[in-house]
Design a protein around this ligand. Structure first.
Ligand code: SAH
Ligand code: SF4
Length: 361
């Protein structure tokens, strides 16, 4: 069977090389070719002997997900729609800014956690992505974005904030993040890799002990009653437990705060009273709060809070000396904004379902 070398982080690579009867330094050589030079053709690996290249060709491949569509928005945000087989599509988004370039990576096709305001949640869960499919998104984006002038890599930050709940696909996400951090692969610092979770408490503790990267937690509500509704996993891991896990995480985190994400839903969680409750709730957690304007999608049932409401909410937080930012909405003309990913794909499926339904009538 052909092995996909994008599946291997350093230890996996070393094991595989040993099985092939190759010296350990080959693992590093291959990692450099694949992840740093972006090569997918063994023939191009000039410092590897011809006989080994032939063996590699016969037994291995370097295969990222297939790009179905590649779109660039008016603001430069770029989105790749990737086919991961059996009718599943995922998305990867690159957000260029003046001083950094951020790649937003998906971890699952669909998501089982069913947050009510999220289009991925509405799709239901299809499957976990493999390590190759996760790291393949960074590999592809690096290749398509080129190195840029002065050999500077266009991608300086990675956020696990695309489709899916990364901590529900723990092992594969951690292996992919290890490659992001590895100096023989992408060499990003832990501070520049951020994982966003809806709050799987035991997995937050596991992450702290295995691969502590920067942490963002999707809070979205200042009390259990409302959070139970918006983020149903709260029924299993309520706020008190979640916040305690955040405090434990900070002991080992590369940053001395956790980012709380809070999507602003008109008339649902955006009042001054909610803001005051939020201030009390997070008082014992070193944190920054990122207010996210809701990104609408068809039949969501929610509306974005208006700018004035967001400003008032933010003022309450700032008066309590919390750091609060409002996330700029990027790429919404190509449905690349948070929670909108693969919306069109979903619609396509619905069209197919509708066609099938009418065909059998
Ligand atoms: N599953 C993880 C990471 C992916 S979602 C999580 O929930 O944290 C990344 C962020 O986008 C989360 O904070 C999520 O709550 C938010 N989000 C989801 N749908 C959204 C929407 N329609 N508008 C704005 N933000 C949304
Ligand atoms: Fe899943 Fe995150 Fe969407 Fe919730 S917000 S359904 S956890 S992807």
């Amino acid at each position: 069977m052909t092995v996909n070398l994008l599946e291997f982080e350093k230890h996996g690579f070393a094991r595989w090389c040993a099985e092939m009867g190759e010296k350990p330094f080959r693992a590093r050589q291959l990692m450099h070719w694949i992840h740093q030079s972006g090569v997918d053709d063994f023939g191009a690996m000039s410092d590897i002997s011809k006989s080994l290249r032939e063996r590699l060709k016969a037994t291995a491949e370097i295969r990222a997900p297939h790009v179905v569509r590649d779109t660039t928005a008016a603001d430069g945000t770029r989105k790749w729609l990737l086919d991961v087989g059996t009718g599943n599509a995922i998305e990867t988004v690159f957000i260029p800014e003046r001083n950094r370039g951020t790649l937003c990576i998906s971890s699952q096709a669909g998501c089982a956690l069913a947050c009510t305001f999220c289009s991925t949640g509405r799709q239901g869960f299809n499957r976990n992505l493999t390590v190759a499919e996760i790291i393949g998104q960074l590999w592809l984006a690096n290749r398509d974005l080129g190195r840029g002038v002065s050999e500077e890599r266009p991608i300086s930050n990675v956020v696990m904030m695309g489709m899916g709940e990364p901590l529900a696909n723990f092992d594969n996400v951690v292996a992919a993040m290890q490659l992001m951090l590895d100096d023989d692969a992408y060499g990003l610092s832990r501070r520049r890799v951020t994982l966003s979770t809806s709050g799987l408490v035991p997995a937050i503790d596991r992450l702290r002990d295995t691969c502590p990267v920067a942490l963002a937690v999707s809070l979205h509500a200042p009390n259990d009653a409302l959070r139970n509704e918006l983020v149903p996993i709260n029924q299993k891991y309520p706020l008190k437990e979640l916040l305690a896990a955040c405090v434990r995480y900070i002991e080992k985190a590369p940053r001395d705060f956790v980012t709380f994400e809070y999507v602003m839903l008109a008339g649902v969680n955006d009042s001054v009273a909610h803001a005051r409750q939020l201030v009390k709730l997070v008082q014992s957690v070193p944190c920054k709060i990122n207010l996210i304007p809701f990104n609408p999608f068809p039949r969501s049932g929610y509306q974005r809070s208006d700018a004035m409401t967001v400003a008032h909410f933010r003022d309450v937080l700032m008066q309590a000396e919390l750091t609060a930012t409002v996330r700029k909405t990027r790429g919404d003309d190509i449905d690349a904004a948070c929670g909108q990913l693969a919306g069109q794909v979903q619609d396509k499926t619905r069209r197919r379902e509708r066609r099938l339904a009418t065909a059998t009538l």
